[in-house]
Design a protein around this ligand. Structure first.
Ligand code: GTP
Ligand code: MG
Length: 202
């Protein structure tokens, strides 16, 4: 299930512009700054294949990366970026939700949740939307390397993850699979790649 070869293919602003070769894909989605692009780099063992930033709002399009010539990892813009103009926020909603509903080769959405802070309403809303629309989902808890801080609620990543799962359980018939990760220590990398290969059936 390891990545031998990863290449950037294209940036799209509409679902209709995405690659049309029919290869299966997995999309990384989550709040701005949650670590989507960093996770992608960790999975492919490259530092800068996907661009990352301390400032939220770095990724702006649907970015397709082809893995081992067989499947795609898709890096999406984040939601909940307060500084984004209202218009671009609406546009985000529209184009990512359109992508989730129409993209036939999408095997599963990987919803990234920051485990170093307590659950945010916008993440719960997003999980609820995915559940209502029966979009297959895996929860990826990020930043599990971060130590608990009083200002962040003083909880361990495991505690934040558990709370999040119980809060979203009502949105799903069965609890979605979940993986604890860190792009700094590469915790969870092999588990994610194995899970993706199982979802692809090879
Ligand atoms: P947008 O493209 O703006 O939506 O953000 P993103 O979700 O792609 O986040 P990105 O990967 O750019 O990371 C945002 C910041 O979080 C960067 O400063 C990263 O170095 C940091 N970061 C990402 N993953 C981790 C992690 O696992 N642990 C820690 N400690 N920091 C992380
Ligand atoms: Mg990004």
């Amino acid at each position: 299930s390891q990545v031998v070869n990863a290449e950037f293919v294209k940036s799209s602003v509409r679902t209709a512009d995405c690659p049309s070769d029919g290869l299966p894909e997995f999309a990384l989605v989550g709040r701005s700054n949650v670590g989507k692009s960093s996770l992608l780099n960790s999975l492919v063992r490259r530092k800068k294949l996907a661009l990352t930033s301390k400032k939220p709002g770095k990724t702006q399009c649907i970015n397709h990366f082809r893995i081992n010539d067989k499947w795609y990892l898709v890096d999406l813009p984040g939601y909940g970026y307060a500084a984004a103009p209202h218009e671009s926020r609406l546009n985000w909603e529209e184009f990512t939700k359109d992508y989730f509903l129409k993209r036939e080769t999408l095997v599963s959405v990987f919803l990234l949740i920051d485990a170093s802070i307590p659950a945010k309403k916008i993440d719960l809303d997003y999980a609820s939307w995915l559940g209502q629309n029966q979009i297959p989902m895996t929860i990826i808890f990020t930043k599990c390397d971060k130590r608990k801080k009083k200002k962040n609620g003083g909880r361990r990543p495991e505690e934040n993850a558990e709370t999040f799962q119980s809060l979203i359980s009502e949105f799903f018939e069965s609890t979605p699979p979940w993986i604890m990760t860190s792009s700094i220590t590469n915790m969870g990398r092999d588990e994610i790649l194995l899970h993706m290969s199982q979802l692809r059936n090879y």
